[in-house]
Design a binder for this molecule. Structure first.
Ligand SMILES: [Zn+2]
Length: 533
């Protein structure tokens, strides 16, 4: 939209004339009288925010302003829209473009394609997004597991030179089509069958496009430190920034060791590698049931066979809660630590712990019977679960870590279906309600920074994540006195309170806490995007 010289001159003289007359400055949307927290971490200040089209035009305290739509933000806080740095929303956004459980949290941009799983063709995905009227912006990583599955299936071996080059080509293509970088899920199949060198080779391609490497690390249990080191090495040798996904101490033996963890990340930063982490504000994780099976049983895609073979079944029964990922060191009740989120085969189990299900069936609640139950559910199609594995003190310490961002690790959910992890409904209001207002763990400005400018910086989103003139108008207006998550582990299908207005690219999408008819979301591309227009 180029303007001719004469148009610019006319525009300029009008502006001077208006200024001289002290005329009223008019905006499409004017947010009046709120406390502006710009996202960069500095103290909030009283100001009005003027929006024209899809950009912020004005932040200030002039008397003579007006808006086609005026929002009274007295007593409320005005911040950049939240960027959820770690989600799996790419899956659900096409079928539920309203993305209600995120937009009602104040999230204006969701980052998908995490933990190694993404659309294989980023172009096809964005082509589909274009046909939908989405409420939030979406950007995606390309997933290593997705690419490896396509090229090598579930093979538990290193790739041949030809296979590696095929995978490199997929990554290169994805980056040119607008992926943010590469995500891995090294705790899942088939990513767990890959060696570090394979990921480094792929990440070098990402580095050529100035992308990011996001890592669901190989071992979130006892091998956590080595796994964080591995992720950093992949970033260093690939020449990329690094994001450690859903950072946590999820094995009780390591509880309380956050300082050691931070030292590794800070050491890498001092050495010049830009490392970040993200975290969701809960003491439970959530993923598929299969993660609790020992690595040998998943190798080569043979779990089904092992579950049908009495000998290996017996071995699994002995090992499941006594070695590997589910082993505990502090006498914890693991049968109560595992809650079923969704199980198609028998929805009656949803929302119940293994212990409760065993009791319901009249079985004795022993670890061996728990293992039998898990194997039975896995044989009958698998289940998704919530795992209570973390310690609250560690969750709070990681949240305060200066390079840690907020990421829900959730998805677009279907209202009232199953008993999913509450993070998909409550992550952002929970940080602002519980950790800022109630527990005083961090200031409002610090928390907002971790939800806006910090993720924008990490992803090189140069015109989002900060409230300033010329930035895109992704904005949240909320009440710091009432903002609160309501979703719980027993009753997760509840939207938060306190979010009054959400604006996406200048479109008012939430007003008075409810969804409007208007949608402003769009695809956001990574730094390697090649324009095909
Ligand atoms: Zn993950």
């Amino acid at each position: 939209m180029k303007k001719s010289i004469s148009q610019i001159l006319i525009l300029a003289s009008f502006t001077i004339w208006f200024a001289a007359c002290g005329a009223v400055q008019h905006f499409d949307i004017l947010i009046k009288g709120g406390i502006v927290i710009d996202g960069l971490g500095q103290p909030g200040f009283l100001a009005d925010v003027g929006i024209r089209g899809n950009r912020i035009e004005y932040i200030g305290t002039k008397k003579k302003t007006s808006g086609s739509t005026t929002i009274d933000a007295t007593g409320l806080v005005v911040t950049p829209g939240f960027i959820d740095i770690h989600t799996h929303c790419d899956r659900g956004l096409l079928s539920q473009p309203d993305n209600k459980n995120y937009i009602l949290q104040g999230v204006t941009t969701v980052i998908g394609g995490n933990c190694g799983g993404s659309p294989l063709s980023i172009k096809d995905y964005f082509d589909q997004v274009k046909t939908k009227s989405i409420s939030t912006n979406i950007a995606v990583y390309v997933g290593h597991n997705t690419i490896r599955q396509k090229v090598m299936g579930q093979e538990d071996r290193a790739p041949t030179a030809k296979e590696l080059s095929q995978m490199e080509n997929y990554v290169d293509q994805a980056m040119k089509e607008g992926a943010l970088g590469l995500s891995t899920g090294l705790g899942y199949t088939p990513g767990m069958f890959s060696k570090t060198e394979e990921i480094i080779a792929l990440n070098k391609v990402v580095g050529n496009h100035n992308g990011m490497y996001a890592s669901h690390i190989r071992d979130q249990g006892l091998g956590m430190y080595e796994s964080v080191e591995e992720a950093i090495r992949i970033g260093r040798e690939g020449g990329t920034r690094v994001q450690i996904s859903h950072l946590k101490l999820s094995i009780d033996k390591l509880w309380g060791e956050t300082e050691q963890l931070f030292q590794i990340i800070e050491g890498a930063r001092i050495a010049g590698i830009e490392v970040y982490s993200d975290e969701y504000p809960y003491i439970a994780a959530s993923t598929g049931l299969s993660v609790i099976f020992p690595a040998w049983s998943l190798s080569g895609g043979k779990l089904k066979e092992h579950l049908q073979n009495p000998a290996t079944r017996e071995k699994l029964k002995k090992e499941m809660f006594h070695t590997g990922r589910m082993k505990t060191y502090r006498d914890r009740d693991m049968l109560s630590a595992l809650q079923i989120a969704s199980y198609r085969n028998n929805p009656e189990y949803e929302g119940k712990t293994l212990r409760e299900i065993l009791v319901l069936r009249g079985d004795e609640p022993t670890l061996e019977n728990g293992a039998e139950l898990v194997m039975e559910m896995q044989s009958k199609g698998g289940a998704s679960c919530v795992f209570f594995l973390m310690d609250e003190n560690d969750v709070a310490a990681i949240m305060k870590f200066p390079f840690n961002m907020i990421g829900s690790d959730g998805s677009v959910v279907r209202f009232d279906r199953g008993v999913p992890h509450p993070r998909s409904y409550g992550t952002f209001p929970r940080v602002l309600g519980k950790y800022v207002r109630e527990d005083n763990m961090l200031t409002l400005e610090e928390a907002i920074n971790k939800m806006t400018a910090l993720p924008a910086k990490s992803l090189r989103f140069n015109d989002r994540g900060v409230l300033a003139p010329q930035k895109f108008a992704d904005i949240v207006v909320f009440d710091p006195k009432t903002i609160k998550d309501l979703a719980t582990f027993d009753s997760p299908h509840q939207y938060p309170t306190g979010i009054e207005v959400v604006i996406v690219n200048g479109v008012i999408t939430v007003q008075d806490g409810t969804l409007t008819e208007n949608r402003g979301g769009r695809a956001i591309f990574g730094p390697g995007k090649v324009s095909l227009d």
